[in-house]
Design a protein around this ligand. Structure first.
Ligand code: C2O
Ligand code: CU
Ligand code: CU
Length: 471
């Protein structure tokens, strides 16, 4: 199939040329135009308890300026409202499904009982409800997110607007005083009338979407196109970034600025790492520190730089284009006092490879795991509660597959034989084309059936998923 038939990416500059899209560009913003998603209201008065209501329902909202779009939304907003909790909290989510189809809510990355995971094993029918109840383990503060995970329909429901952030805070967060921004990244594509565009089945585009995963030509941060953030001279901001895209991998950079990468999927690193750019595969999260180092009054853009994750046959013609996500305005206000950062953020205890009892080999080929597509009635792997294991995940094909394990956080040991330079907790790791990644994981508790899969949602939906049973 010809890559030239792929959906053209509209450069963000073109969108910005329409004054209706972003009014603030060109002026000198005094305050952020980036809006945070609403925070879910805690209806509990009990200590250490977060109790919230979430409804998934069709809605008609303004996604693109001046147009109305039929969507699915959590509590009427895209992204859905942010779930905020603290380590040790008991979280109670009263979920109602008012969609015309079955769904689940999956708490991506969180260590919780299997029947609370919102996996395809526990669908909530249309009109049904489900109470998700779990405790947040100590030591797991981080940036998580939630999204639908029904059998075969995750990509469609996410494209329709179902995704939201889930922030777990630590009692002793060493950078809690820094101004914090949440950036939920998503992309989508639309018909001229503003409706969400899905490829006709059997079209060339649907084959491309199946291969690459569905990418959109409009890039959103918290549901906004090119919002802005203002930073003062000398200020240090903490940005929590969630890649909620179904397939797009972002390579983030801010021209003229070295980023301080301080955290990954499941929380802070021990130390900051300087990076010119940071690759964020779909479903990954990063925490980074952004500094007010630019010339007062000037603007730079948070860029998504080209990243070639594709097979040559279906690589989009304009894959090599950089795209702007957000405007960063260096204000002429100055921080009253210099910001000092801790040298150590937290201790990340090592999982000891000497304690691993098994090494599992997981082979990713196009659409399959270990030569099979998903079968809900099959158990692909068995393990014991309390066991520590090494997974050797090998990608034998010429495109990247971001690999995700439910329920249990892991530590990458090496990538293509190169030892990981430092420890971090992760729940998804991108496996580049023809590369292999080894990680170590401990099934601390929670017996049950756990999914592992490629997080390109089209691949997941079409069976690039398997089941680990822990007993
Ligand atoms: Cu974020 Cu199985 O998913
Ligand atoms: Cu998950
Ligand atoms: Cu994949």
């Amino acid at each position: 199939m010809a890559a030239s038939l792929a959906m053209p990416i509209v450069p963000v500059a073109a969108l910005r040329a329409q004054p209706v899209v972003v009014q603030q560009v060109g002026s000198k913003p005094a305050a952020d135009t980036l809006r945070n998603p609403p925070v879910l209201r805690n209806i509990s008065s009990r200590p250490h308890t977060v109790e919230v209501n979430i409804v998934a329902a069709p809605a008609r909202i303004s996604v693109l300026p001046g147009r109305l779009t039929d969507v699915y939304a959590y509590n009427g907003s895209i992204p859905g409202p942010t779930l905020e909790a603290r380590e040790g909290d008991r979280v109670i989510i009263h979920f109602r499904n008012e969609l015309p189809e079955a769904t689940t809510v999956h708490w991506h990355g969180v260590h919780l009982p299997a029947n609370m995971d919102g996996s395809p094993f526990d669908p909530v029918p249309p009109g049904g409800h489900y109470d998700y109840i779990f405790n947040i383990p100590r030591g797991t503060a981080g940036t998580y997110w939630y999204h639908p995970h029904p059998d075969g329909r995750s990509e469609y429901q996410a494209a329709m607007g179902l995704f939201g952030a889930f922030i777990v805070r630590a009692a002793n967060d060493p950078i809690a005083t820094l101004p914090e921004k949440l950036l939920v990244l998503s992309d989508n594509r639309f018909r001229p009338d503003g409706s969400i565009e899905f490829a006709d089945s059997n079209s060339t585009q649907s084959n491309i979407d199946m291969e690459n995963g569905r990418e959109g030509n409009v890039l959103f941060v918290n549901g906004q196109v090119m919002p802005s953030i203002v930073i003062r001279k000398g200020e240090v901001q903490r940005w929590r970034v969630v890649n909620a895209s179904a397939a797009r991998v972002y390579r983030l950079a801010i021209p003229g600025q070295v980023l301080l990468h301080v955290g990954s999927d499941d929380g802070l690193f021990e130390h900051a790492v300087e990076k010119n750019d940071i690759v964020v595969a779909n479903s990954e999260r990063v925490e980074l520190l952004v500094r007010g180092t630019g010339k007062p009054g000037s603007d730079v853009e948070l860029m998504d730089l080209p990243y070639d994750r594709y097979m040559p046959q279906t690589r989009p013609a304009d894959w090599n284009t950089s795209r702007a996500l957000l405007d960063l305005h260096y204000s002429d206000r100055v921080m009253p006092a210099p910001v000092t950062l801790p040298t150590t953020f937290r201790v990340v205890p090592a999982l000891d490879t000497a304690t691993a009892t098994v090494t599992r080999t997981v082979v990713l080929s196009q659409g399959m795991i270990n030569g099979h597509t998903m079968d809900m009635s099959r158990v692909d792997m068995q393990a014991s509660v309390g066991a520590t294991e090494i997974w050797d995940v090998e990608n034998v094909v010429g495109m990247d597959h971001p690999f995700h394990l439910h329920g249990f956080q892991f530590q990458v040991i090496d990538r293509n034989g190169v030892p990981e330079p430092f420890r971090s907790w992760k729940d998804v790791v991108n496996i580049p084309k023809h590369e292999a990644v080894r990680f170590i994981v401990r099934y601390a508790d929670f017996p049950g059936k756990w999914m592992f899969h490629c997080h390109i949602l089209a691949h997941e939906d079409h069976g690039m998923m398997a089941v680990l049973q822990v007993r």
